[in-house]
Design a protein around this ligand. Sequence first.
Ligand SMILES: Nc1ncnc2c1ncn2[C@@H]1O[C@H](COP(=O)(O)OP(=O)(O)OP(=O)(O)O)[C@@H](O)[C@H]1O
Ligand SMILES: [Mg+2]
Length: 274
Amino acid sequence: MPALLALHDVSYARARQRPGPAGFRLKEINLQIEAGDFCGILGANGSGKSTLARLCCGLYLPDSGEVIVEGYSTRQEENRRRIRRVVGLAFQNPDNQFVAETVAAETAFGLENLGVPPAEIRRRLREVLDRFDLGHLAGTPPHRLSGGEKRRLSLAALWVLRPRVLLLDEPLSMLDPGSKKKICGLLQELRREGTALLWFTPAFAEVARADHLLVLEAGKAVWQGRPGEFWGEVEKANRWGIELPPVYEIAAGICQSSPPPVASEEEFVSWLWK
Ligand SMILES: Nc1ncnc2c1ncn2[C@@H]1O[C@H](COP(=O)(O)OP(=O)(O)OP(=O)(O)O)[C@@H](O)[C@H]1O
Ligand SMILES: [Mg+2]
């Protein structure tokens, strides 16, 4: 069985394919994602997260190396349609993802493209609008939505196609705490149902429960491991530009000699009780 998503020595130089400042390079990235995996890609602004996300779904093609989805390379034009059904990219800025006039049309767009019969589209639309709490906004233009609603729509429009991997480019950025909680809950639900998550972020707390982490620094994979092992590297987080959990910063202030590995309020509270 081929891996769901595999990157083999993927390199990419920005200047060769796009205008703009020369010099940025992703270098020899290796990664493997299986069904239901939760993988966090950590890195500062400009480290290459969005570029890597675009490579993973075939929006960009590597200069060298291969991105393979269920055994099919993103290089071959004839594989693109198949790959788009397996891997869905939630853009960093949801506005860049929207193509339709209303929430309902946006959600139905992918299904219409696939030629799904109208009755089935209506059924799936009801289901997805309900799940992502967008039913009351079905007729609203996407650009009028709030940040949290836009994020839910960007995920709904992908999930309606049942991708096996979701690429999440900073899915919690610019959301208030309530919206963050809602989106996290939805994403964890999708994961429990078997969708693999590849979550790109500068904030360790968001991916502290991932199966696997990869740290990008200026286009290079400088560290890979499990979240539990990340604490051993915590003094490098500043250099890598990775945001540590606020509760960790507090705990480190209390216990400077050996700060405890706490990523959530629950972990912090149980550490305090010990
Ligand atoms: N269209 C473009 N043309 C040229 N260079 C670009 C383009 N888009 C991004 N870059 C450069 O590529 C590098 C990596 O950018 P990328 O957007 O992948 O980083 P990122 O980790 O997603 O950053 P952020 O956290 O700010 O979203 C940066 O140096 C950036 O300036
Ligand atoms: Mg980005």
